[in-house]
Ligand binder design. Sequence first.
Ligand SMILES: Cc1cc2nc3c(=O)[nH]c(=O)nc-3n(C[C@H](O)[C@H](O)[C@H](O)COP(=O)(O)OP(=O)(O)OC[C@H]3O[C@@H](n4cnc5c(N)ncnc54)[C@H](O)[C@@H]3O)c2cc1C
Length: 373
Amino acid sequence: MNVLIHEEEDVADKSMIIIGAGLAGLAAGCYAQMNGYRSQIFEHHGQPGGVAAAWQREDYLIDGGIHFLMGHRPGQSLYDLYSELGTAQANRFLDMHEYGEFLDEASGRRVLVTADLDRLAADLKALSPADAGAVDELIAGARAFLAAGTFDVGLGDPPELMGPLGMLKQFWGMRRVYKYLTGKYARPVSEWVQAVRDPWLRQVIENLFLPEVPVWFVLMVLALLADRQMGLLEGGSGEFVRPIEQRYRDLGGQITYHATVEEILVEKDRAVGVRLADPTGTLRSGSQHRADVVVSAADGYSTIFQMLGGRYVDAKVRVRYRDWKLIRPCVMVSYGVAREFRGDPHIRAFILKQPFDVGGPGDQWVFPAHLQL
Ligand SMILES: Cc1cc2nc3c(=O)[nH]c(=O)nc-3n(C[C@H](O)[C@H](O)[C@H](O)COP(=O)(O)OP(=O)(O)OC[C@H]3O[C@@H](n4cnc5c(N)ncnc54)[C@H](O)[C@@H]3O)c2cc1C
């Protein structure tokens, strides 16, 4: 979320414009209303949720968004946040006892990634005794995150408001995992797995999340799983989002859908409002809306380079957008299958014998040997 102006003074009767009704925009709106702002959200799309999206097709729900939720149990600080936003009460979050099952199409080998780290270590070593060292390293990292209380620290003050004492506290809380946040553990997991000898085990570890994420992220996921801090959304992304939108409206917030912000209006280097794209498509003649505070909860690139025209970019930000590698594109193909999957792991990842092709000649996509269901 990009907060463009933060004002410390009395907010009574201050107005706020929020760009985007994804989870960040809706949450920002709820907290704005709770804190006395008169806020409104402009959303490009016709419904809330942003990328946390689901589609109903006949009897099937196609859920393209959030599949698991961190901090889903009462007592965890994220749960308090879900409660304040009204979605915890309206949903049932199910504990994740396992992450998923990986199957190798060629050899028939399979492994279930469970929340029990001892069992996981034993199962991975059984797959490839020669990789016992790498497995021990992975599990030791997960245990370090587990001992650090994983990430219930996440809801402290943001860094700019934390102050020296807060930073010291955070540093102390995370002392056991600092080693894992630097060096080889901060590199993509696809690099770290090169030391794993068994090709299939390599693929399993690499695809526990995405090959591009740093190793520490995978360690954190395993730790969260072991700590029962990962849950499933029984009703899917749509049911998670809907109560938050309702909460925002109940708090007096207003949302305008099909409203695309084209420009953030700036006067004397302060954001003072937004200009919407003209629905008729005539360039640069959309309506203008002013507010004391403008918050962009749209993606960073469009906020910085389009809505603000790239005028407020330092070298660091420019380098990030120019040089950082993007993750490989993911393609989601959804099938409705008329049967229940009760008792099955909720993720099944198949490592295929060979890649498969989509599209005709000249328009061909070759997918790597990995398929997730
Ligand atoms: C396939 C997938 C699976 C995921 N799985 C998980 C998961 O299992 N667990 C988990 O915790 N997270 C998951 N995530 C991540 C999580 O869904 C996102 O981090 C989160 O939903 C992002 O919310 P956001 O509000 O920051 O951004 P977005 O959802 O991108 O919302 C931004 C909103 O701004 C609007 N907007 C953009 N530009 C403009 C404009 N110019 N004018 C007006 N409106 C504009 C967009 O239409 C959009 O509604 C997943 C994400 C994806 C894509």
